[in-house]
Design a protein around this ligand. Structure first.
Ligand code: XIL
Length: 342
C-alpha cells in the first residue's frame, strides 16, 4: 500500500496537475462562457486582500446594497451614485460584469416613500422617476437589473407593500417598462427566493412571466436567489424541470445570491455538506444551457449577512474569515473543471 501511495504521489499526481489547478474560478468559468460572481461591498476601496480576491476569482459582481433605493435616493430627488460608480470602475478595471440590484424592493423602500400617503398616480411618478434616474445613470453599463425584487409571497400572492397596495398588481409591469426605456441593454430579471422547487411561489412567478411576455412587458430572465441551509435536501431533478420551464419561455436563468448557511457549531462534516450543495447547484446550472450566471452572496465569511440574519447560523460562503478557500471553493472549482452532462 505504502509503495502504491508513494508512486501515486510522486509520479501520477504531478501528471494530473495541469494549469487548471492554479486557475481561478473566473478563468474556468470564462472558458465555459459562464459568469461567476459575488455580492460585493464597498470595502474593496480600502481592503487590498478583499479587492484582490474579488478581482482574481470572479468575473461578475453585484453591489450588495449600494444600488438599492434607500441608498440611491435616500431623500426625494437626492440621488447618490458615488458608491455605485465605484463598483462600475472596479469592474471595468478588472474586466468584470455588474448585476444591478435592485430597483424596487419592499425592504429598501426609504421612509420618505413608505411613510407618506400617495395617490396611485403620485406613486407611479415616484417609481418612474427613480427608475429613470438610476437605470438611466447606469445606462449601458450593467449586465442586468433585478427590477422588482421579491414580488411574491410564499403562497404565490402578490407581496403587500406600499407599491402593491397603492399602485396595484401592475406596478411590476410598469417597473419593467420604465427600466427598459431607461436602459435598453440591461437584461431585466425577476428575482426571488424560495423558487428553486416547483411550488406555489414559482408557479405564480411562472404565470406572471408568461402573462407579461404575452402583454409585451419586457422580461429577460429569472433570478433564483438560493439562500439555503447546508442540510437542505436539494432536488436536482425538480430544479432542472423548474429551470427548463422558464428556459422554454426564452428566459435566462441567473443564480443571483447563493449562500449555504451552516448551523453552529461548524464541523468538517458540515463543511463537506456545504461544499456538495454548492457543487450540486452549480452542476444543475451548468447542465441548463440558459443558466450562465452563478453569483454568491458575498466573498468571505468575514462579511456576510448570514450571522446577522439567521440566528445560530454562520460560515455560508466559499472563503473563510482569512480569505482561505474552503471545501466549497474546491468543489466549485472541480465542478467547473468537469465536463457537461456528467
Ligand atoms: C441583504 C444584505 O446582504 C444585507 O447587508 C442588508 O442589510 C439587507 O439585504 N435578498 C436580497 C438581498 O435580495 O438584497 C439581501 O441582501 C438578502 C436577501
Amino acid at each position: 500500500m505504502r509503495t502504491i501511495a508513494i508512486v501515486i504521489s510522486i509520479f501520477i499526481l504531478p501528471m494530473l496537475c495541469s494549469a487548471e489547478d492554479t486557475a481561478s474560478l473566473r478563468d474556468l468559468a470564462t472558458k465555459r462562457g459562464m459568469y461567476i460572481g459575488a455580492a460585493a461591498n464597498i470595502r474593496f476601496q480600502r481592503d487590498p486582500v478583499y479587492a484582490e480576491t474579488l478581482a482574481r476569482e470572479y468575473n461578475m459582481l453585484t453591489p450588495e446594497n449600494d444600488l438599492k433605493f434607500h441608498r440611491t435616493q435616500p431623500e426625494k430627488g437626492q440621488y447618490r451614485f458615488d458608491h455605485g460608480d465605484a463598483y462600475i470602475d472596479f469592474a471595468n478595471q478588472h474586466d468584470m460584469q455588474v448585476r444591478g440590484h435592485a430597483l424596487i424592493w419592499h425592504r429598501s423602500t426609504p421612509e420618505w416613500v413608505r411613510d407618506a400617503t400617495w395617490t396611485r398616480d403620485g406613486l407611479i411618478d415616484v417609481m418612474r422617476e427613480h427608475i429613470q434616474a438610476v437605470a438611466g445613470h447606469y445606462q449601458g453599463k450593467l449586465f442586468s437589473w433585478d427590477v422588482v425584487n421579491e414580488y411574491f409571497e410564499e403562497d404565490g400572492s402578490m407581496r403587500k407593500s406600499v407599491w402593491s397596495e397603492t399602485i396595484g398588481a401592475d406596478y411590476m409591469d410598469l417597473a419593467h417598462q420604465y427600466a427598459r426605456e431607461a436602459d435598453p441593454t440591461a437584461k431585466l430579471i425577476v428575482n426571488d427566493y424560495g423558487i428553486a422547487n416547483i411550488n406555489k411561489k414559482s408557479d405564480a412567478l411562472y404565470a406572471w412571466v408568461k402573462g407579461a411576455l404575452q402583454r409585451g412587458v419586457p422580461v429577460d430572465g429569472v433570478g433564483f436567489q438560493m439562500h439555503v441551509r447546508a442540510d437542505w435536501k436539494f432536488g436536482a431533478d425538480e430544479f432542472a424541470r423548474n429551470m427548463q420551464r422558464f428556459a422554454d419561455l426564452g428566459l435566462e436563468i441567473h443564480i443571483t445570491e447563493m449562500d449555504v448557511r451552516i448551523e453552529e457549531p461548524v464541523t468538517p462534516e458540515k463543511l463537506e455538506q456545504q461544499a456538495n450543495l454548492y457543487g450540486n447547484i452549480l452542476r444543475a446550472c451548468l447542465n441548463q444551457p440558459s443558466c450562465k450566471v452563478f453569483v454568491m452572496w458575498g466573498v468571505t465569511d468575514r462579511m456576510s449577512w448570514v450571522p446577522w440574519t439567521f440566528r445560530g447560523f454562520n460560515d455560508a460562503l466559499i472563503f473563510d474569515r482569512d480569505f482561505k478557500p474552503k471545501p466549497a471553493y474546491m468543489q466549485i472549482k472541480n465542478t467547473l473543471m468537469k465536463d457537461f452532462h456528467d
